[in-house]
Design a protein around this ligand. Structure first.
Ligand SMILES: Cc1cc2nc3c(=O)[nH]c(=O)nc-3n(C[C@H](O)[C@H](O)[C@H](O)COP(=O)(O)OP(=O)(O)OC[C@H]3O[C@@H](n4cnc5c(N)ncnc54)[C@H](O)[C@@H]3O)c2cc1C
Length: 393
């Protein structure tokens, strides 16, 4: 019989989730997460095993060994988030990169990069943000100039997840500075080589072991013109498409990261006694749990609503911003309330609550800050209303 938690998903999607969970238990992903927190290594090898197990790159078309579905990719992001956060972060930008190559790559590009990304042999990164262009992404200064048969890229990108470890980076750059960046930007598939420099690997919020966040420099780095993705000056459309995919998958990962934290709050409050009774008997505690569970469930529904819209070919810019906003704020509420419910133990490293609190706080910045998510949602809501009023719907 179908379980209530599986109800939203097809039989094949549920089978995929089950197989993935079994795999993550078999490789002891949770124990590896603990070891990473103690010893701080990057779980590159485990990511390779995920590829060998056939779990990566679900979003690729059937001909390339995938299911062609972003929903599968979100299930993967959610389960990795729940089992091993650093592994989920390697998968994050790697998956945004292969999803974008799958959508915009030529057959030659797909043949060249897809199988290595699917097998986990190569990991990817997305390089958009610059020192002077964060939220205002269209102000990017990185330039790419065509010289003979190569584009020469010069500029800096910062806060790049997987940056210093990536084998394949999607780098956005201005190819025509004379026009609006909306029609003068392009994106390139870059394999780091001569002209690529790692200026810094940042330490995030007092330590986020096992993840990489880099400041990169491209100094006249040459890429063959065949590595232009989706055509010259077509980069802005690809950027907004990539960001919608990124926000949906990022939100899926956060929903997964929040799941064990909520479970910790529930378990602890059912075991700890004060004033002769379990904490869970105090409404001040159990109503917190009610809000945490409700918001997390809402975020999860929003994630899969968004991936199904994208799978069906709709523009989901508004929904993906809503999903990222809801998931990061739900995660934050889950984490801060878990710290509170655990009391003095919540702020020590005896329990993963304080670590989750730091991760949840961090989660409101990447993939566009939550202010920018609200900006997108209100813009789209007013736009829809204006269209409705004009009788266009
Ligand atoms: C852990 C982590 C991983 C990341 N990974 C990647 C990656 O892989 N690739 C990549 O390209 N980038 C990545 N980023 C960068 C991330 O996308 C940017 O940090 C983010 O878009 C914000 O840009 P910024 O840091 O320059 O802040 P700014 O744009 O300078 O914003 C600073 C503050 O001003 C607010 N603000 C700015 N404009 C407005 C506005 N119009 N209205 C209201 N408030 C506004 C912001 O919300 C924010 O609170 C990552 C960041 C982090 C922290």
């Amino acid at each position: 019989m179908k379980k209530k938690a599986d109800f939203l998903f097809s039989a094949d999607e549920n089978k995929f989730r089950e197989a993935l969970r079994d795999f993550l238990v078999r490789v002891d992903a949770q124990k590896i997460e603990q070891e990473i927190n103690e010893r701080g290594f990057y779980p590159r090898e485990l990511y390779g095993k995920l590829g060998e197990g056939g779990f990566l790159a679900q979003v690729l078309p059937a001909g390339y060994g995938g299911s062609g579905s972003l929903t599968y990719e979100a299930i993967l992001a959610e389960e990795l988030g729940a089992a091993c956060v650093p592994l989920a972060w390697i998968h994050s930008t790697s998956s945004y990169a292969y999803a974008t190559i799958a959508r915009y790559g030529t057959e030659t590009q797909k043949k060249k990069y897809m199988s290595a990304m699917k097998s986990g042999a190569k990991i990817g990164a997305i390089a958009i943000t610059e020192p002077e262009a964060g939220s205002d992404v269209m102000r990017m200064a990185t330039r790419a100039e065509l010289k003979d048969d190569e584009y020469v890229i010069t500029g800096e990108k910062r806060n790049i997840t997987n940056g210093s470890k990536a084998d394949i980076l999607l780098v956005w750059a201005i190819t025509n500075p004379e026009v609006d960046p909306a029609v003068g930007m392009s994106v390139f598939i870059v394999e780091p080589e001569k002209g690529f420099e790692v200026l810094e690997d940042y330490k995030l919020l007092g330590g986020f072991p096992g993840t990489i966040n880099s400041h990169l420099k491209f100094d006249r780095l040459s890429v063959p013109k065949e590595n232009l993705l989706g055509g010259e000056n077509k980069g802005a459309k690809i950027l907004f498409d990539e960001l919608a995919i990124e926000r949906a998958l990022y939100a899926a990962m956060l929903v997964g990261e929040a799941r064990p934290v909520l479970e910790l709050a529930v378990k602890y409050s059912m075991e700890r006694e004060q004033f002769g009774t379990k904490l869970s008997r105090f409404e001040a505690v159990s109503f917190k749990v009610a809000d945490m569970a409700t918001k997390l469930e809402a975020a999860k529904l929003m994630v899969y609503h968004t991936t199904r819209l994208i799978d069906a070919g709709f523009n989901a810019e508004k929904e993906s911003a809503m999903a990222k906003l809801l998931a990061s704020e739900a995660f934050y509420e889950v984490a801060t309330n878990t710290v509170q419910i655990l009391g003095g133990r919540g702020v020590t490293d005896e329990y993963p609550a304080e670590w989750a609190f730091r991760m949840a706080r961090l989660s409101m910045i990447p993939a566009g800050t939550n202010e920018i998510m609200r900006f997108i949602v209100q813009r789209e809501v007013y736009k829809e209303y204006r269209h409705k009023r004009a009788g266009e719907d």
